[in-house]
Design a binder for this molecule. Structure first.
Ligand code: OOB
Length: 555
């Protein structure tokens, strides 16, 4: 069923990708069914705190398959139909997979929110997609999501259902009450491989986040393509340390890649060494993925731990630039192979290969998954640069989208006329074909892998009655790579305003905590470029050298 807000691949490309064997004609629902038939008793998911009394719980492939079916039947009975959007904001729990596979089976589209998102973001996702339902935990990380859902519902009356994945749903429906037996005739509809499977969030560089439409065919290719490159097979045990809904732990190769291979997925409630290391030891974790600040933290903690991390074979690090110096410390520190991954929710994913020489692994961000990933490195006028020179990365390929969902104006800017995605990354290519990320042309801050669109935060700052103008930039941070600084010009006669009050104001606008500026600096004017525009480049270098280093916050 074609979604009118979605730009599919032109027919000639779709045919080429199918003929090449990249698009296998599978859906997530069919893959789970096949794995469950082939090895029903093999463990698919380990949720270390998901059992009764907070103990360990496991679901086999057979059980996950049946649960997904029953959840799909129950959701269908409650009016969730093919093509409907459902905002899913669940932490790293088995229910995340039960719900998501149920929606895949129905042909309804999960919209993947992160646990950190708050009222402003969730209301936007719900209203922009016309979401039929919203799925939350009751309480997670000290935050009551039922209160959040009540606030969202007040703002978005079209949101029909809120499901709570806990025993105490408050005013809403407990997820556990939803499942039903599948009717004799089945669910009545099954999505096609070329249909949309879900909407993923873009890191974004604009005032509001953009949504990325991914199909079964294209995403499943990115899974098995990643599996081949990362050595994932039925014996792999993947630890989901980052938030499960993010593209990196979901698909690079991530939980879905490992489930595709028939391996085992272990859900880590928090990505800190004290929680993750015991799980690596007890569950025999072989592979996981981390953002650079966590990779640093783990490498340092490994020197002091008495946990046996010997099962860990591969650590993927990506989401933000991993410094060469930190990359060199991974193998001696954690005793495993490092793979750098430079990916994006829009599609393209690059990996260093398991057999790449150490020098390449520590100095590059890898090369694309697919021989059909087209890479262009261009100057400001879209002319290709000379080999080895750096420029804007443009890409097109069998798992890179051709447009954002329902965003024709953004699409005209973010994609070339012939369908290349403008990544906003500045890269160069080594003679071996590996990419090195040199910088960024998009107005975004990459705070240890968490992406912040400067414009989005600036708009919230401008809503403060005392703020005349604001610019948000990234400044160097030893752990996070970058942290945010808001430069603010106050209105004349506005009186005194403290940085803490500005941060509180932003937080109370209902934004994810990671978007609240780390530092607020009051200035009387902004530096200007030759043509009189604000020079963010000059603001970026204005950071005082003695600014305190931040300890990394869990993503
Ligand atoms: C991943 O996905 P997103 O959508 O959160 O962010 C994509 C952006 C890239 O365009 C680039 O600016 C940055 O994140 N990035 C990196 C990087 N990996 C991502 N910058 C430098 N070095 C790297 N290794 O972040 C993502 C998706 C799938 C796999 C891994 C990461």
């Amino acid at each position: 069923m074609a979604d009118p807000a979605w730009l599919p691949w032109p027919a000639e490309f779709a045919e080429r990708y199918r003929a090449a064997g990249w698009w296998r004609g599978e859906t997530f629902g069919s893959v789970l069914r096949e794995r469950a038939a082939a090895h029903p008793d093999r463990i698919a998911l380990v949720d270390p705190t998901g059992g009764r009394d907070g103990g360990r719980r496991t679901w086999s492939y057979g059980e996950l398959d049946v649960r997904a079916d029953r959840m799909a039947a129950g959701l269908t009975a409650r009016g969730i139909l093919p093509g409907d959007k459902v905002v899913v904001q669940l932490p790293n729990t088995a229910e995340f997979f039960e719900v998501v596979f149920a929606l895949f089976r129905i042909g309804a589209l999960p919209v993947f929110a992160l646990p950190a998102h708050r009222r402003t973001e969730i209301s936007y996702f719900c209203s922009f997609t016309g979401a039929a339902a919203y799925v939350i935990p009751a309480v997670h990380g000290g935050h009551d999501y039922r209160e959040l859902a009540a606030a969202v519902r007040a703002e978005v009356p079209g949101l029909r259902e809120v499901f709570v994945a806990d025993a105490d749903p408050g005013d809403f429906t407990a997820l556990a009450e939803v499942p039903l037996d599948v009717p004799a005739g089945g669910l009545g509809h099954a999505p096609a491989p070329h249909d949309l499977a879900f909407l993923q969030l873009s890191g974004g560089s604009t005032g509001v986040p953009k949504l990325i439409p991914r199909t079964h065919d294209d995403y499943i290719y990115s899974l098995w393509g990643s599996n081949e490159i990362c050595g994932v097979d039925a014996d792999s045990v993947y630890l989901v340390a980052l938030p499960a809904a993010h593209n990196f732990p979901l698909s690079s190769p991530g939980s879905l890649g490992v489930l595709y291979a028939g391996g085992r997925v272990v859900l880590c409630p928090q990505p800190v060494p004290d929680v993750a290391f015991p799980l690596i030891e007890s569950e025999g974790v072989t592979i996981t993925g981390l953002v650079p600040p966590l990779a640093l933290l783990w490498t340092e903690a490994a020197a002091r731990t008495d946990r046996d991390l010997g099962s860990l074979e591969v650590l993927l690090v990506g989401g933000a630039k991993f410094s060469e110096e930190a990359a060199r410390r991974v193998r001696p520190g954690l005793g495993c192979t490092l793979q750098q991954v430079f990916g994006m929710a829009e599609g393209l994913v690059n990996y260093t290969r398991l057999d790449d020489p150490e020098e390449i692994v520590v100095t590059t961000q890898g090369r694309p998954i697919s021989p059909d990933d087209e890479i262009l490195i261009v100057d400001d006028e879209d002319r290709e640069v000379l080999p080895g020179e750096s420029g804007h990365l443009l890409t097109r390929g069998p798992y890179t989208v051709r447009g954002y969902w329902n965003a024709p104006e953004h699409n005209a800017r973010s994609f070339t006329a012939d369908g290349f995605y403008r990544t906003g990354d500045i890269v160069r290519m080594t003679p071996t074909g590996h990419l090195v990320v040199e910088g960024r042309a998009k107005d975004q801050i990459n705070r240890g892998g968490e992406k912040i669109a400067a414009e989005e935060v600036e708009n919230h700052l401008l809503a403060h009655p005392a703020v005349h103008d604001a610019n948000v930039v990234g400044e160097p941070d030893p752990y996070l790579g970058e942290r945010t600084c808001a430069y603010v010009i106050l209105r004349e006669g506005a009186g005194e305003l403290r940085p803490a009050a500005v941060k509180k104001f932003v937080r109370e606008r209902g934004l994810a905590a990671y978007k609240v500026p780390d530092r607020v600096e009051f200035v009387s004017a902004f530096p200007k470029t030759g043509v009189g525009k604000v020079s963010k480049r000059d603001l970026r270098t204005a950071a005082p050298a003695d600014a305190p280093a931040l300890v990394p916050a869990p993503p």
